[in-house]
Write a protein that binds this ligand. Structure first.
Ligand SMILES: Cc1cc2nc3c(=O)[nH]c(=O)nc-3n(C[C@H](O)[C@H](O)[C@H](O)COP(=O)(O)O)c2cc1C
Length: 208
């Protein structure tokens, strides 16, 4: 089928949460949630920390599969361990994924970005890849975390006047974290929404 990431809702410059499946040199499958930055209709970037199986497999095999799903079980199982082998299709996509695309590595570079909250410079590799095949099983839009952050911030905002000072400080720290994520992965609309909520919090007398 036509290779065009906009068909699964992926826009250039935006980051999406996916599950990447890889194989090792013995053809053993592995799955892990990994962010995908869309850099064109058939180009993506990943930043993967050293020590992950996914990174080792991508370096050794120079190819991988990006699975698009909104299934919390698939994300959870592949985060806390590996997916059982019967979750993988013969082509190493996840059977339950709504869509998937295959990638070939173009380049691997040491990451220099330092904005990650827990990691430092030089501990990750940025992978540039070309999409070589695409399968859409069901209509789906790749998941972007920014909208969830806006909704969570709004839910906290509606409770803000009802809670004590300790809880207010907790909501403000959540606001700061959600803003960080929105600035990193969100689009114009989500950034604008967070800016509007920030103004309301400032009106209430809080510095953020
Ligand atoms: C939603 C989500 C997105 C993630 N994105 C990344 C990422 O972009 N890069 C990365 O190195 N780890 C990322 N992780 C963490 C890895 O998925 C996690 O460390 C996983 O256990 C790695 O498994 P592996 O060793 O089988 O590759 C993410 C985790 C989640 C839940």
């Amino acid at each position: 089928m036509e290779i065009d990431l906009t068909l699964i809702g992926m826009e250039k410059g935006m980051q999406y949460e996916t599950i990447i499946t890889t194989t090792d040199e013995k053809n053993i499958p592995n799955a892990a949630p990994i962010g995908v930055l869309c850099s064109g209709r058939d180009m993506i970037l990943n930043r993967i920390f050293k020590g992950r199986h996914t990174l080792e497999n991508i370096i050794s095999q120079r190819e991988f599969t990006v699975n698009i799903t909104h299934d919390p079980e698939l994300f959870t199982l592949s985060t806390i361990g590996n997916l059982p082998s019967d979750y993988f299709s013969n082509d190493n996509s996840i059977k339950g994924a709504d869509a998937y695309f295959k990638c070939e590595v173009i380049s691997l570079k040491e990451a220099v970005k330092q904005s990650d909250p827990i990691r430092k410079k030089g501990e990750a590799i940025v992978i540039k890849s070309k999409v070589t095949d695409m399968v859409i099983r069901r209509e789906v839009k790749a998941f972007n975390r920014a909208f969830s952050c806006v909704i969570e911030t709004l839910a906290n905002f509606t409770r803000f006047d009802l809670v004590d000072e300790t809880k207010k400080q907790y909501y403000l720290s959540r606001f700061t974290e959600c803003s960080r994520v929105v600035n990193k992965v969100g689009g114009k609309e989500e950034k604008q929404a967070m800016g509007e909520i920030k103004k309301e919090l400032i009106k209430k007398g809080y510095e953020i």
